[in-house]
Ligand binder design. Structure first.
Ligand code: FES
Ligand code: FES
Length: 155
């Protein structure tokens, strides 16, 4: 066991845990943060995605000690029901979510890509999401939402 400090969505945490425990388990089970989901546990689906110091990572295969001293952002950190992030507004507008299980990966990878590539084509956005599995086959609506978000980024 080791004491590990990091922040999640701007809030500081100090956890006493196995340093080799997946970050996902600590977020879900110890901190009660349920946005990142367990899908495959093998870095293959993206459901567990969080941002670690601004970069998307798969928290199922990232040990919690790698987050020491860093800032984690989960999908909950994007916005609130009262004040949704423009990306969330775009997903609502396009009705892009179905069950929502994949959204941590789709939204956090999608946001990172579009923020850096606001002029990306539909094909390029689809390609950026290629490593993410949506069991509801809602990719087309999600790409439309990300195109709509790109307009907000450029505005
Ligand atoms: S649960 Fe982490 S990539 Fe699938
Ligand atoms: S919306 Fe259901 S898995 Fe993507």
């Amino acid at each position: 066991m080791a004491a590990i400090s990091f922040s999640v969505n701007g809030r500081p945490y100090n956890v006493d845990t196995d340093p080799d425990c997946p970050l996902l388990y600590v977020l879900n089970d110890e901190l009660g943060i349920s946005g990142p989901k367990f899908g495959c546990g093998l870095a293959q689906c993206g459901a567990c995605t969080v941002l670690l110091d601004g970069q998307p990572i798969r928290s199922c295969t990232t040990v919690v000690s790698e987050a020491a001293g860093l800032g984690v952002t989960t999908i909950e950190g994007l916005g609130t029901p009262e004040n949704p992030h423009p990306l969330q507004q775009a997903f609502i507008q396009e009705q892009a979510a179905q069950c929502g299980y994949c959204l941590s990966g789709i939204m956090l990878y999608g946001k990172t890509f579009v923020d850096s590539n606001p002029n990306a084509t539909q094909e390029e956005i689809l390609d950026a999401l290629s490593g993410l599995i949506c069991r509801c086959h809602a990719h087309n609506r999600m790409v439309r939402a990300l195109q709509s978000y790109a307009k907000a980024v450029k505005a």
